[in-house]
Design a protein around this ligand. Structure first.
Ligand SMILES: *[C@@H]1O[C@H](CO)[C@@H](O)[C@H](O)[C@H]1NC(C)=O
Ligand SMILES: *[C@@H]1O[C@H](CO)[C@@H](O)[C@H](O)[C@H]1NC(C)=O
Length: 310
């Protein structure tokens, strides 16, 4: 009799554990490694590489070519003469950019006219550093704009989307794709913890309203979703999102909406940047609290399915 109850308790614990891990693990799905969508993506030895992987860059201004997958989205209203670059994105192959759904829905969808790759300092037509100069940025028109069908502009759930460019980008040291998470490289039990990075041309100093002309990057820390739930009480934040914060004593802003949250992963002497998050929403005042990012691992099936459809 006693034995029987212990047995039952044991099973209840195992069941609870399995249920719990199912719900709270945003683990990589190894079966996705065979998805046909990968045929349209570079293999893991052809992505996420920068010329500056091991270089320590002073300050927060990105080095030339440090994040060669950075894309800027340019919007144009009829009466405006100039493009307004107010969202970012990440290049994942020769002609696809991942961004936030809110950057490509509603008014933004209509006004998105240009996708710029290979930009560093927006004030200069040609960027140089030391005696190295990057070629001119490459501009593209969108061919296909695909926000997640269940994106909600009220809750900011499913804030992810794809843009197909009208022609292929020319790859060189300053224009390269970032890697997407794959179980066979990262391991099926990979867990995103610790430090991550984001980059963008977003507002850096809240007391100055103008946008910086240079690409900035910042190191952030993964946080519990509960920390974001406390700050953004009007949102329902779940496992399809990440909560990412600024480390203690730092006062920096997040990058542009739609821009990448990434981590440098080392394996077999190779260092590759992987795209893990997409800047979704945060507080207007910088350096204050955590911000919410769309969880790319959660949307890998969606990305792979929709890549083959575009
Ligand atoms: C959107 O939500 C509906 C209803 O919950 C679901 O059936 C559908 O699969 C979702 N679409 C995507 C692309 O996830
Ligand atoms: C995108 O992916 C979702 C889920 O994987 C699927 O339901 C939807 O039909 C796809 N959309 C397109 C346009 O292929």
């Amino acid at each position: 009799m006693w034995r029987y109850s212990y047995f039952r308790i044991f099973f209840v614990i195992v069941w609870a554990y399995l249920e719990f891990s199912k719900q709270y693990c945003s683990c990589l799905d190894a079966s996705l490694d065979n998805h046909k969508g990968w045929k349209q993506l570079p293999s893991t030895d052809r992505c996420g590489e920068t010329r500056f992987n091991r270089r320590i860059v002073g300050g927060e201004i990105a080095a030339l070519g440090q994040f060669p997958w950075m894309a800027r989205l340019g919007y144009k209203q009829k009466r405006d003469r100039e493009f307004k670059f107010s969202c970012g994105g990440a290049l994942i192959n020769r002609n696809t950019v991942v961004t936030a759904a809110h950057c490509i829905t509603g008014k933004n969808r209509k006004e998105l006219k240009i996708i710029r790759l290979g930009e560093n300092n927006a004030e200069k037509p040609i960027d140089c550093e030391g005696n190295v100069c990057a070629p001119e940025p490459q501009d593209f028109k969108p061919k296909n704009i695909l926000p997640h069908a269940n994106f909600s502009s009220r809750s900011y759930q499913n804030d992810i989307g794809l843009i197909r460019l009208r022609r292929n980008a020319v790859f060189h040291d300053f224009v390269q794709p970032i890697c997407l998470p794959r179980a066979d490289f990262l391991g099926p039990s990979f867990d995103l913890v610790g430090k991550v990075e984001t980059a963008g041309w977003g507002t850096i100093n809240p007391s100055r309203l103008e946008m910086p002309s240079k690409l900035y990057h910042v190191t952030l820390e993964m946080r519990d979703l509960d920390m974001c739930r406390k700050v953004y009480t009007e949102y329902k934040i779940d496992e399809s999102q990440y909560c990412v914060g600024v480390g203690k004593g730092k006062d920096t802003c997040r990058g542009d909406s739609g821009g990448p949250m990434m981590q440098l992963v080392n394996k077999n002497d190779a260092s590759r940047y992987f795209l893990f998050g997409i800047v979704s929403f945060g507080e207007e005042i910088c350096g204050h609290d955590s911000a919410v990012y769309a969880n790319v691992i959660h949307y890998m099936k969606w990305i792979l399915d929709n890549l083959s459809q575009m």
